[in-house]
Write a protein that binds this ligand. Sequence first.
Ligand SMILES: Cc1cc2nc3c(=O)[nH]c(=O)nc-3n(C[C@H](O)[C@H](O)[C@H](O)COP(=O)(O)OP(=O)(O)OC[C@H]3O[C@@H](n4cnc5c(N)ncnc54)[C@H](O)[C@@H]3O)c2cc1C
Length: 311
Amino acid sequence: MINKQVVARGLLGLARGMSSMKWPAFGYARARSLQDVWRLQSEHGDGARLIAGGQTLLATLAFRLSEPTVLIDITQVPELRGVSVEAGTLRIGALTRHAELGRDELIARHAPLLREAVPYIAHPAIRNRGTIGGSLAYADPAAELPACVVALGATLVLASAAGERRVRAEDFFTGLLETALRGGELITAVEVPIATAATRSTIAEVARRSGDYAMAGLAVHLSLGSNGQVAAPRLVYFGVGNGPVLAKAAGAALAGRRLGAESIAAVQAALAGDLDPPSDLHGPPEMKRHLARVLTGRALSRFLPATEVAA
Ligand SMILES: Cc1cc2nc3c(=O)[nH]c(=O)nc-3n(C[C@H](O)[C@H](O)[C@H](O)COP(=O)(O)OP(=O)(O)OC[C@H]3O[C@@H](n4cnc5c(N)ncnc54)[C@H](O)[C@@H]3O)c2cc1C
């Protein structure tokens, strides 16, 4: 059994250049299809672990926080690839790398929040290998993509030898580094409702250094009417809880109101009912709450007409 707090903080340490131990010995098998994945999983049992970009998993091996007997490489499984639009939904294959999220035209048009999030994720070398499926499955509470998919109202497509099922992103993250994934299941894709002309979204975060995990962050998605009235706001905070936090009280304080200084202040006040951040390496709960309020003001002000921002 691994200590999850230690894993999460260990990775932060790694990110700051701490030295690491040697990896344990393990086998390696490359799957070429989902059928291959099911076959390899049944051959190797509980000791098997999927590897996608390897950007998190290899760090946990280096810390001996995970000791699989065999890694099943899923990077050559075609069913996990590709970005497409089908029946009003953007489908993003689980193997889509962070860097691809940042340059794909369909994502830029239909889910611009994901493109905006990419520069905040680690560094180019990590973004060139890390995948959206790996980031969601690992469920780091300070990671950007889990918060974005919750803000977007996305659905995760999960598959196992027993079949396929769909889980709303907001139900997928169940605790610190915990998800709704069952044994033998993997994420095959993320389905995102496509943006309309009224959609507004943005991401804001505070990190100690560019590329570090966020001390606190916020992904916002809402609809803005021509009269400035807000509908369906989804404010999702990260780095302030055990997973992405969909702020329901803050959303209720904004829904149906005209976006402006007054409604933004109401959202900031309502946050007290949504956030109960734990202390962590970055500081105490009150500091996190303060950062969340500041980020709320910054993010929502981006949707105001220039005249109101100046005022
Ligand atoms: C120094 C450093 C800094 C980082 N900074 C950030 C940051 O600022 N923000 C951020 O969000 N991330 C950050 N990361 C993490 C990075 O984004 C990882 O790429 C990502 O979290 C995992 O993706 P991966 O494809 O590499 O997954 P892997 O490392 O291959 O796998 C991670 C876990 O997910 C499982 N998995 C992989 N794919 C699937 C799937 N399709 N279905 C089910 N389970 C699956 C694996 O079995 C494993 O348990 C950082 C990583 C490092 C090393």
